[in-house]
Design a protein around this ligand. Structure first.
Ligand SMILES: NC(=[NH2+])NCCC[C@H](N)C(=O)O
Length: 406
């Protein structure tokens, strides 16, 4: 068991955090799926089979898989973590003090595994024994006292490791806010992670892990769009510079649309010098290059930033990475197929090492282009998992990757 360390997207993957979808997906109905950020109502048993196959493909290749629900149940044995997470679960202006107290009483009495299940799966109105009070009376039967977290599946977004420090992110969508209370508690209290230094906190400007790509050691790309704000990118840049975790941050504006909600929905690294990218944006994507000014102050948040750009993304990225040319896997697709496969997370691959990437099997044209470019594709089924609009990269939070040879 090595200590957490992530300095690239493609160093050999050793340890990853996943979340096997469970009861929280059974909460999705046609009435709440939009608010809960799913595009449909998944078949849960099949989603679990698909996820088990995904995890199996990783463990078969020597990757240690850690599961959020188990880590969570373990940290719930720590009284401070338990108190913090129960408080976060009822921190919701909809429910009022009476119901909050009833709910705290109920949750506090649960054994750690049951509490972990309730924190992830939520608590419906009719599942709270004996609760009363105005908010409870006015709720409908299927309403949630504690909302479920179906997007916990996408472990990429609620935390991200940069070097040996962890950013507990600030999630933009209300349906996902509480996820980072869980990742925050796990990394703070679970002995497996050794109490890492925190790079970012949920109270700061919005920043999601799906927007943060470690292009090369010392070089981060941060997408700014529907989820991550320019303020979040700026804050992260100051902190990684002050702590010596990066020398360049490329800030990449992306369309504020669901199809491109994170930078990793349009491009991911598949080799030390290659990305698979949605062809429709390849020519128009730009980046602002951000570096630290000459003197680094003691305080993270006052680092002077030098900003230049915008420049074409490929030019800015190659320069920052110190390589001649960042290769784009030219998927050579017709625009309609490209749009369909981008929507189905064809560009959202998880590298297990240089030239070895997990991808959804349904994106046959993209996968063929990857293979033709010398990338071995580990194809997984994602019919049901994909209904939450996330692929292999979204569903994984790397904790340990081998450093790339210098
Ligand atoms: N890194 C990613 N692309 N994550 C995808 C997250 C999908 C999730 N349903 C959401 O809307 O937030």
């Amino acid at each position: 068991m090595s200590s957490p360390l992530v300095t690239s997207e493609v160093g050999r993957l050793r340890t990853v955090v996943l979340h096997r979808p469970g009861a929280e997906l059974r909460r999705l109905t046609p009435r709440n799926n939009d608010e809960l950020l799913f595009d449909g109502v998944p078949w849960v048993a099949r989603a679990q089979e698909e996820h088990d196959a995904f995890a199996g493909a990783l463990t078969e290749r020597g990757v240690e898989v850690l599961y959020v629900d188990r880590l969570l149940a373990e940290v719930l044995d720590v009284p401070a973590a338990r108190e913090q997470l129960v408080a976060a679960a009822v921190d919701d202006p909809r429910i009022g003090a009476t119901l909050q107290h009833a709910c705290v009483d109920h949750l506090s009495g649960l054994a750690s595994t049951d509490l972990a299940a309730a924190l992830i799966g939520g608590l419906a109105h009719d599942e709270l024994p004996g609760a009363r009070g105005l908010a409870w009376e006015l709720m409908g039967q299927g309403d949630f006292v504690v909302r479920p977290l179906p997007n916990l599946l996408f472990t990429r977004d609620s935390s991200v490791w940069v070097g040996d420090q962890v950013a507990i992110t600030s999630l933009a969508m209300p349906a996902r806010h509480r996820e980072s209370t869980i990742t925050g508690a796990i990394y703070q209290h679970h002995p497996r992670f050794g109490g890492p230094q925190r790079l970012y906190d949920p109270s700061l400007e919005h920043l999601e892990g799906g927007d943060v790509l470690a292009l090369a050691p010392g070089v981060l790309a941060v997408g700014v769009g529907e989820r991550t704000t320019a303020g979040g990118a700026e804050r992260l840049a100051r902190r990684v510079f002050a702590r010596g975790l990066a020398h360049t941050v490329l800030v990449v504006p992306i369309a504020q649309e669901r199809a491109t909600m994170h930078l990793d929905t349009i491009a991911t690294m598949v080799d030390v010098d290659a990305m698979v990218m949605y062809p429709a944006v390849a020519d128009t994507l730009v980046a602002w290059t951000v570096r630290a000014g000459a003197d680094l102050p003691d305080d993270d948040d006052t680092v002077d930033l030098q900003v230049s750009g915008p420049a074409p993304f490929l030019t800015a990225a190659s320069a920052a990475m110190g390589i001649d040319r960042l290769r784009l896997i030219d998927t050579g697709l017709d625009p309609v197929t490209a749009e369909r496969e981008q929507w189905d997370d064809g560009n959202n691959t998880l590298a297990l090492g240089p030239r070895l990437a997990v991808a959804y099997e349904r994106n046959t044209v993209t996968n063929k282009a990857l293979e033709a470019a010398g990338i071995e594709v580990v194809a997984i089924a994602g019919d049901q998992l994909g209904s939450g609009r996330g692929g292999p990269r979204c569903m994984s939070c790397p904790v340990v990757r081998d450093p790339l040879p210098a």
